[in-house]
Write a protein that binds this ligand. Structure first.
Ligand SMILES: Cc1cc2nc3c(=O)[nH]c(=O)nc-3n(C[C@H](O)[C@H](O)[C@H](O)COP(=O)(O)OP(=O)(O)OC[C@H]3O[C@@H](n4cnc5c(N)ncnc54)[C@H](O)[C@@H]3O)c2cc1C
Length: 552
């Protein structure tokens, strides 16, 4: 945490030096003593300090200065730092001006020059003012601040990315706070672009892409080596499990992750059916533990870096990444899981991230405190989302197309017992509406055909997921839903041989029809769509990869 500042302003260098010396002697440990000798430059500097999120505890300002008087300076300065205590340094002749400014700038004290000895005439006054300041001051957040708006989908993307990386930030809404708007304007050109991400130390990024943001916060986005034993695509439970076991067995392992580690599981507020956690564990907690474990075993994890295409050259498996770079390995595991299905209705696209959210209950719930929100979907992820949202929202209406929920028993019980959750069964979402943000939806009761217009703050969508296998499309065999086929599920020719397979042995149980390319978790045909199944498949894959590497 940066030290709060005691700001002293005087155009007379000898007075300024002596104020600085006395202040530093007593307050230098706890406060940064900042001596400045010109009023106008000082005001400019205060604006920069505000951008850096620094905080001023006290102004000690000489009244008599040629450029602007102490009172004139304070009038402007307290607009920027309204919480700071104000002390005017006056000569006998300035007493009247000082008394006047008690009202105009709500002066806390005026000190007569000279103030020596400071133990008697300076410190008791400043001590008392600083004590008072400490009790009342709102010390600014000393980390990353995101200034944005609920209607800005880019703001949502940045928040989600940092949340998923468990990087703390403070959210500042330009629509709710005039000072935040001014802060954004002070760094914007003609056009305001959101969000603006302010970093401790004064740097900022305007509407950053995720890779720039990842680099700025110190995440790895580039591979250190050109070649690895194993490249894992995706860092959901399956990818992370393989990475942990591969790392622990000494394989040089690179994980490439498009967004942030955790995958779908990372968006779960509470996983209650994973072995060994009777009270449940949140997806981000589980992810944090797995990432730490993988790194401990020397695994490299790249984030905000998508795998675009997997290629084969002799015994090498090459992964081309979105930024055009390539990295090679003996073996590749595709553990890219599945991603939320999006709504097909026309109004939904333009509201994505601005009132219509996919699996983002965790990130956005706080923004809908005391509001009525909707969840669409009836499976486990929707039920978990609804329960989490109900901690903040005044009411959660759950739109379920079928006659009953398809969630696990423990979730159905929790939903039915929750006073804030309304279950709307046999209810089909027809369209969503809103200008710049979600305003209302229209749904239809599939039994009575009655149409309903329902107003609320946001719509959280959990209507299933689709496999993310694009990077191996055309290279390995997929089923009709684009899930990757492995081992016994691979299609065979009339002679019983796996189609396109080139080796004597049969593919391993989690190997695709291309030797050395494996698939595990939700992207794979036949997977269990559970955290535990993904982890189990990930662990098995590592053993199979080890076997495969012995054959090279
Ligand atoms: C909200 C929610 C709650 C859930 N709750 C539970 C629960 O309580 N219990 C339970 O057992 N299961 C639960 N599930 C299901 C469970 O989370 C999944 O079955 C599991 O996460 C699948 O793991 P995976 O590693 O196969 O894939 P995923 O978790 O989908 O992870 C895949 C990863 O690959 C990345 N990726 C995708 N494409 C690329 C690319 N081109 N390049 C690089 N990376 C890429 C993705 O960004 C993602 O991080 C829940 C799912 C959701 C959505």
């Amino acid at each position: 945490m940066a030290k709060p500042v005691i700001f002293s302003l005087d155009d007379d260098p000898s007075v300024l030096n002596s104020v600085e010396r006395d202040l530093r002697a007593r307050y230098g440990q706890e406060y940064r003593i900042l001596p400045v000798n010109a009023g106008k430059a000082a005001l400019e500097y205060l604006k920069k300090m505000e951008q850096r999120n620094e905080t001023i505890a006290l102004f000690l300002v000489d009244q008599r200065m040629p450029e602007m008087s102490g009172t004139e300076f304070l009038e402007e300065a307290i607009k920027i730092f309204p919480q700071a205590k104000r002390v005017l340094l006056t000569a006998y002749a300035d007493t009247e001006a000082a008394i006047d400014s008690i009202n105009s700038v709500r002066l806390d004290y005026y000190l007569m020059k000279p103030w020596h000895p400071p133990e008697e005439r300076l410190y008791p006054v400043i001590d008392e003012l600083l004590e008072d300041w400490k009790v009342r001051a709102h010390i600014p957040f000393d980390g990353i601040r995101i200034a944005g708006a609920l209607w800005s989908s880019e703001s949502h993307g940045v928040k989600e990315f940092l949340t998923r990386h468990q990087i703390p930030y403070q959210w500042l809404d330009i629509d709710k706070d005039e000072k935040t708007l001014q802060l954004v304007e002070s760094v914007s050109g003609d056009e305001i672009k959101l969000p603006v991400v302010f970093f401790p130390g004064g740097k900022h990024l305007i509407q950053p892409d995720l890779t720039s943001l990842a680099e700025k916060v110190g995440l790895q986005t580039k591979a250190e080596l050109p070649f690895y034993d194993l490249i894992v695509l995706g860092s959901g439970p399956a990818g992370l499990a393989t990475a942990v076991y591969a790392g622990s067995e000494g394989l040089s392992t690179l994980v490439i992750e498009k967004r942030a580690p955790g995958g779908q599981a990372g968006s779960s507020p509470k996983i209650e059916n994973y072995l060994g956690f009777p009270a449940g564990i949140s997806g981000d907690d589980l992810t944090r533990r797995a990432v730490t474990q993988a790194r401990r075993f020397g695994v490299e994890i790249l984030t905000a870096q998508a795998a675009l295409k997997v290629k084969v050259q002799d015994s090498y498996r090459i992964v081309e990444m979105e930024d055009g770079s390539e990295v090679s390995a003996h073996a590749v595991l595709v553990a890219t899981g599945a991603f939320f299905q999006t709504l097909k209705m026309s109004g939904a696209d333009k509201l994505t991230g601005v009132g219509v959210y996919y699996g983002a209950a965790y990130t956005e719930a706080m923004n809908f405190k005391d509001k009525h929100v909707f969840v669409v979907g009836g499976a486990n992820s929707a039920s978990q989302g609804a329960l989490y949202l109900a901690r903040f929202a005044s009411k959660v209406s759950m739109l379920v197309r079928g006659p009953e929920l398809t969630s696990s028993h423990y979730l159905v019980e929790a939903l039915n017992a929750h006073p804030k959750i309304e279950l709307m069964l046999n209810t089909d979402l027809i369209e969503v509406f809103g200008e710049g943000t979600f305003e209302h939806l229209v749904a239809k009761n599939t039994v009575t055909d009655e149409e309903l217009k329902l107003e609320g703050g946001a719509l959280f969508v959990f209507i299933g997921v689709k496999p993310q296998s694009q990077m191996v499309d055309g290279l390995v065999a997929l089923d009709e839903k684009n899930q990757i086929l492995t081992g016994p599920d691979l299609p065979r020719d009339e002679k019983g041989r796996v189609k396109g397979w080139t080796l004597e042995r049969d593919p391993y149980i989690l190997e695709t029809n291309v030797p050395g390319i494996f698939a595990a978790g939700d992207v794979r045909h036949g997977s269990g769509h559970r955290v535990a199944s993904a982890v189990g498949e990930g662990a098995i894959t590592q053993m199979l990869i080890k076997q495969y590497l012995k054959t090279l």
